[in-house]
Design a binder for this molecule. Structure first.
Ligand SMILES: [Zn+2]
Ligand SMILES: [Zn+2]
Ligand SMILES: [Zn+2]
Length: 756
């Protein structure tokens, strides 16, 4: 019996080879009908034997092209029509406008095979791609996603490429960046001044320079990388010095999984993650002995590793490298360079050679960073490969634009039931990064065709993003408290509704009382929050200087714990920090000069790290806490903690803990042991406080967010402990728990305010 069905599919289904896939699947199941793009996604009709129809519909979702993602699939039975074949229909005007754009994706297995096949016409062609792989988000200028609206517009396809592009059965059917040696972009090598070195094989020549220890700037997919041979300590040191990046770990790229496995420990989950088409940087534990230069990640037990993702990377690494350092092409703090001239200017004095190409990068996008914790993938920096895949919301919301916080900035745009969180923008503390933010705002609004009704920003009056929001007149604005945004962003990921207990353990967030919050237990819904408990306030002597110099926090906690008498003796600890500097700090504290009050959990970690001698000064954000975590020795012991109720708000005492840490330090306890006890204490104290407040306020769900949850021990153990206490726990998986999530939370709070 012949039957007909209509199928409507939404998701990432355009520009990813979906129609040819349907065409071929219909052929395989002997079905007639058509497939076409629509403004919502893809629509198809199939007609044939009932059992064939059923098998087609079973096969469809499990065999979709690698870049496709189905979010909704509806089928409808119709009376037979008597189709006589299956066709790919040309799309009606406007059909492609509302479609989701795919992220940039690593070269696929088929293209990789062709790249190294001497008989293939694209043998060793550095820009080989197909509908299943290649650049997308970073080369698009406008929608619809058509070649004329991409960086490929300036390249006219040769006859052979053109034929592939129009053949529905070809892997390159409508592959917008389709190109070959004859018609596509090219690569060339220049010296440090930008003068081209005439060469038959610029990639081989670049590899030879790398082997000699040179610093090479390589134009990639979302920006330039700075590369050196990762086994040459001197070369890595030179790169650090020139880039002014003192200690922060540098990412590595190796040609194959097995090479990565020779210098870091890889579980199944990490192996799987490394080979995903997103090709994120994965954090993995160093092997004790390895040829990787120590300068790559000094005093860090982890390395950030990735596999190549462009054909150019594969060609470069094929020259016998175990690993290349591949770090963002920028000076510390600035956004990654994307333009050839810009790279020459900004990377002058850093790179000895430049490996350029002439396919423009229209939107910069850093490498993403992820790690596996407790069997689950956690985002640390969500960028290339993940953006612009939206977070799907539990309901449609009004269009909102949210500007995020300050550090690890992202923006977020909502459209119907989707929230688009931008790529990582960096720390929004300088004009370059701010321009990048404004460009990204324009870009996302254009390609999503969104006209926001509200502009949301952080409550902090001094953030540049706040100033941007307040300086414009186009949109009404709304300020959202930092930790409210943190918790709501995690709620959005898990589609939670109603009131939850929010546990925000964080570095810095401006509070409604003008103080700096960061160790917060809140009752939260999308509309608002109530502060139920927090770490007691401590002064930060010197303000932001206390973030860069954790020893200042240690002095502040010690003074609050023991009084100034503690500083009378001339202990080795005090000699390390310097008598004069301590006296100056005590004076500031006494007079309450430039010493804002904070309930930050991050600062408590800093203070302990300084007191145990792990780190007095940091070279990058979170360094003291990271090193305190990494030196931890397992222990069954912990410190006592204290809460007390003050006018219905639970105050958690940092000084009670600090007193015992100081005792251990005075008794020459090992830093690792103190760290172990301290970590256990933090887990127990916050879990117990959550249980207490959940009972009191009739809440059963705890939602965790904040930079402190990047700490693997804290994340896994708080999660476990809260479960044991009978609470439901929700943590971040789609967006980072650090400030990369703020824009998402802001957008949802903004949406709720408009719905009211
Ligand atoms: Zn491909
Ligand atoms: Zn061609
Ligand atoms: Zn935060």
């Amino acid at each position: 019996m012949v039957q007909r069905r209509r199928v409507r599919i939404q998701g990432i289904v355009q520009g990813v080879g979906f129609r040819p896939f349907i065409y071929q699947l219909a052929h395989r199941h002997r079905l007639y009908g058509y497939v076409a793009n629509t403004p919502q996604g893809v629509e198809l009709e199939i007609e044939g034997d009932e059992s064939d129809l059923d098998r087609f519909l079973v096969d469809l979702p499990v065999n979709i092209p690698p870049l496709a993602q189905i979010t909704r699939l509806e089928t409808e039975a119709l009376p037979p029509f008597a189709y006589t074949g299956f066709e790919i229909r040309t799309s009606a005007a406007g059909a492609e406008r509302a479609a989701l754009i795919s992220p940039d994706t690593a070269i696929c297995a088929d293209c990789l095979r062709e790249l190294f096949d001497p008989r293939d016409r694209r043998y060793r062609y550095p820009f080989i791609n197909c509908t299943n792989c290649g650049p997308r988000y970073t080369i698009i200028r406008d929608i619809p996603y058509d070649r004329v609206n991409t960086a490929m517009a300036t390249f006219t396809m040769c006859d052979r490429c053109e034929r592939e592009y129009h053949d529905p059965l070809n892997r390159r059917f409508h592959a917008q960046p389709n190109a070959c040696w004859e018609c596509g972009p090219r690569v060339w090598l220049t010296d440090a001044a930008g003068k081209e070195i005439p060469l038959a094989d610029p990639i081989a020549a670049a590899a030879a320079r790398l082997r000699e220890g040179a610093v090479l700037a390589v134009k990639g997919l979302g920006g330039f990388h700075l590369a050196v041979d990762a086994t040459q300590n001197e070369a890595v040191r030179r790169l650090r010095l020139r880039k002014r990046r003192e200690e922060k770990p540098l990412a590595l790229m190796s040609p194959e999984l097995e090479q990565i496995a020779s210098y870091v420990l890889l579980g199944d989950r990490e192996r799987d993650l490394l080979t995903q088409p997103q090709r994120a940087i994965v954090l993995a534990r160093k092997r004790p002995e390895s040829p990787i230069a120590p300068e790559v990640a000094p005093r860090n037990q982890y390395l950030g590793v990735m596999l190549p993702y462009t054909p150019l990377h594969y060609l470069l690494l094929a020259h016998g490298f175990l690993a290349l350092v591949m770090t963002s092409g920028n000076l510390s703090e600035e956004p990654i360079a994307i333009d050839n001239d810009e790279a020459l200017r900004r990377l002058a004095g850093i790179a000895d050679y430049f490996l350029f190409h002439d396919r423009d990068i229209l939107l910069r996008s850093d490498d993403s960073v992820v790690r596996v914790t407790g069997g689950r993938v956690r985002q640390i920096r969500r960028s290339r490969g993940f953006v612009p895949v939206p977070v799907f919301l539990r309901r449609p919301v009004p269009p909102i634009l949210a500007l995020g916080g300050e550090l690890k900035g992202t923006i977020c745009v909502t459209k119907e039931d989707r929230a688009f969180v931008s790529q990582h923008l960096g720390d929004l503390e300088n004009l370059e990064t701010l321009e990048f933010l404004e460009l990204t705002v324009r870009h996302l609004r254009r390609i999503l065709e969104v006209h926001p009704r509200l502009l949301v920003h952080d409550l902090h009056p001094d953030y540049l993003t706040t100033q941007v929001a307040l300086a414009q007149q186009e949109l009404p604005t709304l300020a959202v408290q930092h930790h409210h945004a943190h918790v709501v962003s995690a709620m959005a990921e898990h589609k939670l509704e109603g009131r939850v207990l929010g546990l925000a353990l964080d570095g810095t967030g401006y509070g409604t009382d003008g103080r700096i919050w960061g160790g917060e237990i809140l009752a939260v819904d999308e509309k608002g929050f109530e502060r139920l408990g927090h770490l007691s306030y401590m002064p930060m002597p010197g303000g932001t200087a206390a973030i860069k110099e954790p020893w200042r926090m240690a002095v502040s906690y010690l003074r609050a714990t023991f009084g100034e008498a503690y500083f009378a003796e001339n202990t080795p600890l005090l000699r390390r920090w310097g008598r004069e500097r301590i006296d100056l700090l005590l004076q500031m504290l006494r007079r309450q000069l430039n010493s804002p009050l904070t309930s930050s959990c991050g600062r408590l970690f800093d203070g302990v790290a300084a007191l145990v001698g792990v780190r007095d000064r940091i070279a990058y954000e979170g360094q003291a806490a990271i090193e305190l975590e990494q030196c931890m020795e397992p222990t069954q012991e912990r410190y006592r903690y204290e809460f007390n109720d003050a006018d219905g708000v639970l105050l958690l005492s940092p000084t009670a803990i600090f007193a015992q840490v100081a005792e251990d330090v005075a008794a020459d306890a090992r830093a690792g042991v103190v760290s172990g006890k301290f970590h256990r204490t933090v887990v127990e104290m916050f879990a117990e406080a959550c249980r207490h407040l959940a009972t009191r306020h009739g809440l059963t769900r705890v939602v965790c967010s904040g930079g402190v949850f990047q700490n693997v021990y804290i994340l896994t153990n708080i999660e476990r402990r809260l479960h044991e206490l009978g609470l439901e726990v929700y943590t971040h998986e789609l967006v980072p728990s650090n400030d990369g999530c703020i824009s998402l939370g802001q957008a949802l709070v903004g949406a709720a305010s408009l719905e009211r």
